[in-house]
Design a protein around this ligand. Structure first.
Ligand SMILES: Nc1ncnc2c1ncn2[C@@H]1O[C@H](COP(=O)(O)OP(=O)(O)OP(=O)(O)O)[C@@H](O)[C@H]1O
Length: 355
């Protein structure tokens, strides 16, 4: 059963369509990320849910009630922006309490709920501090506590972690998920960070040029990207152009196997293969031959660039025991399970990239 429903929601500025007929059903308690490159319409979609932007067409329905034209304060949704927007002259507790005062909640209940919200974000010891006395991550926790204390039906997060440095950002991603799972609030988060969207969401909604192009669980978006754009935007992908065969492609005279082969035999196609699905094997073995042209260390894994007859192939190799399959300049073979590769019809977009 859908708790929040977007029905053909659109936003048009002059003759520019920022959001193009987006349909989405979000279940109660679900954590959904809106993911896409800059300018694809994520924030505008979120703002239409919040009531901060008026839809040009379509509807927003919350818990069976249409709220498309309702004022933001009447919707009572929790909102957290990229900039924390805390009141600088108020303490942490006063910041969190503010929304309850506006709603005329009595003193005793206010104190109880503020204490609960601060405990939830692990800031109970910071209640009397001012925002300037907090780190970026702590301020963002205050913003989350402030949004949740009013017990909103939906929590809307717009790039909530993008002002934090990489390490803190990762910690806060786990924290955000823990908090959301503890309170069970239906949550929609806008992000352009694919890792963030994949790691903490129940479902990822990918947007391109104002349109929703895939909405699915993270593993499905990663393993079965609906468009070529998604396959290269989410994670790394080797896209090898060639001619479709029944089970694979032929590229530069080499036959590359794949079982997932919806393209028509004989047509121009592209074989997509994730770097971590490729194994480096001794020269003379495998489906493809090449020479290691570069090697990069990332701690948990290495990336190998391998020059082959069909172009440069990226291979990811896990750092399980410190051993390496090949050194720079070494001839190698590349192997993969045919079910790890996917062949799709070649679009004009790929042709342009390859040209
Ligand atoms: N008030 C406005 N008037 C005209 N165009 C607008 C307005 N607001 C947004 N746009 C345009 O609509 C498109 C979508 O903007 P939006 O902010 O939703 O993108 P986004 O996906 O959230 O991008 P970002 O990650 O950069 O914030 C952009 O091309 C933007 O320039």
């Amino acid at each position: 059963m859908s708790f929040l429903t977007l029905n053909s929601l659109s936003k048009i500025y002059g003759n520019f369509t920022a959001v193009d007929a987006v349909d989405l059903e979000v279940s109660k308690g679900e954590f959904v990320s809106l993911l896409g490159p800059s300018g694809c319409g994520k924030t505008t979609t979120l703002q239409m849910i919040a009531g901060l932007a008026e839809p040009s067409a379509g509807t927003v329905t919350l818990d069976g009630r249409e709220i498309t034209r309702e004022k933001p304060n009447r919707r009572g949704l929790g909102i957290v922006f990229q900039t924390y927007a805390l009141f600088p002259h108020m303490t942490v507790a006063q910041n969190v309490s503010f929304g309850l005062e506006m709603r005329k909640v009595g003193r005793a209940e206010r104190d109880r709920r503020v204490a609960e919200a601060l405990a939830l974000v692990k800031l109970d010891r910071f209640a009397d501090r001012y925002p300037r006395q907090l780190s970026g991550g702590q301020r963002q926790r205050v913003a989350i506590a402030r949004a949740l204390v009013i017990e909103p039906p939906v929590l809307l997060l717009d790039e909530p972690l993008s002002n934090l440095d990489a390490k803190l950002r990762e910690e806060m991603q786990f924290e955000l998920r823990r908090i959301q799972q503890t309170v069970g609030t239906t949550t929609i988060m806008v992000t352009h960070d694919q890792g963030e969207a994949l790691s903490i969401s129940d479902r990822v909604v990918v947007m391109e040029h104002g349109r929703m192009t895939q909405a699915d669980v993270p593993a499905a978006v990663y393993d079965h990207p609906a468009t070529e754009f998604i396959s290269s935007f989410i994670g790394k992908m080797n896209n090898i152009p060639g001619i479709a065969l029944k089970l694979g492609i032929r590229a530069h005279g080499v036959i590359l196997p794949a079982t997932d082969c919806p393209a028509t035999e004989g047509e121009s196609a592209v074989l997509s293969l994730r770097p971590e699905r490729i194994t480096i094997v001794p020269a003379g073995q495998g489906h493809l031959h090449g020479v290691v042209s570069a090697r990069f260390f990332f701690g948990s894994h290495w990336l190998f660039n391998v020059d082959t007859a069909v172009g440069q192939i990226i291979v990811s190799w896990p750092n399980t025991d410190g051993s390496l399959p090949a050194s720079q300049g070494q001839p190698v073979g590349l192997s993969w399970l045919p079910e790890s590769a996917r062949v799709s019809a070649r679009t004009q977009e790929t042709s342009r990239i390859d040209a």
